[in-house]
Design a protein around this ligand. Sequence first.
Ligand SMILES: Nc1ncnc2c1ncn2[C@@H]1O[C@H](COP(=O)(O)OP(=O)(O)OP(=O)(O)O)[C@@H](O)[C@H]1O
Ligand SMILES: [Mg+2]
Length: 396
Amino acid sequence: MIGKTVLIVDENQATRGYLSSVLKERQFDTLEVGSGKEALISAWRDNPDLILFDPIFSDIQDVEFIQKLRQHARTEKTPIIAFSSDPAPARREACLKAGVDEYIVKSSGALSQLHQALDRLFSGGTTIPGSTESGHGSRGKGLLFVFLSAKGGTGTSSLCANLAMTIKEQHPEARVVVADLVLPIGSIGQIVGYGGQVNLVTAANLPSGQANGEYFLKNLPEPELWKFQLLAGSPDPQHGSNLKVDRIGQIVETLRAAYDFVILDIGRSLSRFSLPLIQQADLIPLIVSTDQSTVKLTKTVWEYLHELGIDTQNVYAILNRAVGLEGLTKAEAEQIIGFPIKTTLPYMGSNFALANNLNQPIITKYPKDTATIIFKDVAGDMVKLARQLRARAGLN
Ligand SMILES: Nc1ncnc2c1ncn2[C@@H]1O[C@H](COP(=O)(O)OP(=O)(O)OP(=O)(O)O)[C@@H](O)[C@H]1O
Ligand SMILES: [Mg+2]
């Protein structure tokens, strides 16, 4: 959240650093202090937009700390979240009664609770698109998702578009862009119903000063129902073969500076331009279909990526039953590929192609279908994981 500052109070320095990287990833500015008394001074002097604190202090009682904040004119209305190492209900009740807005216990689900609390507190807030002018610290890079597959026809483009739409629906305040980098011809424009003039080829032909963040925010279409902005792919092989591929890295970099989520479809291309993108990705959704040959090819591709230094934890393998009910099970596919498959998408018969043909997202067209429930789960899970990985990377 550009322009908003969070005061982090925790006696443990590693925790402060960790929380700070999580918050910076969401474009908050952060202040860190290690004691209750310093926290009061900073709260009144620096006027943060949120105070996030562990109520276990050695220099002041938790309830007294909260009351002091609530009784002071500068902090009487400031949101306060306890991020507590104490799960005891008594402390929770005492803190809530004294005036904290939320009490989150440090545990495996704590980070997603924190993100939800931040969404509740700040989703109505204003953000300045692409702004880096806040002075203290420029905004972090947008999270990069690179969708790929080892073989064509596995559903990579449909899943990329549908999951991006679901992510945008779950994070309406975030700026989400999908870029179709499949050569020689893209297909996401067709899925979402965009046939306009702005695409990867035209963007790569602009003078580099002109293809800046502002240009994309202003000119990329936002197809109806899909909610994200689209940098469509090459419209035909002729244009695709003339694409200035050397510009792609810079375009993606520009998108990451202007958007919170940058979601790429690179299809099955492992090339000079796509490999560096895979290496930079926060998360690599790898789409696998259930037939033997795709699964075996996926293993080969994975071994190659692994040699290039890509970590298994960044790979988010999705088994998509694109071609019917027959084929390998999740366990069999995992055995061959050699790492876990995060989720399986059901075979949707002709419904999937129908939704694509009507340019409608699955979750809008079939809100009650099992696939919709899975899409929502997967989108939430992918964002959570990408944020955790980014925060962890920030610590190293
Ligand atoms: N779970 C599913 N159930 C039924 N049909 C599916 C499913 N997933 C994908 N499809 C269908 O499979 C076809 C191929 O999908 P898509 O174009 O997304 O694949 P791709 O991997 O991007 O292919 P390409 O190699 O051409 O880029 C589409 O007609 C789509 O509707
Ligand atoms: Mg495709």
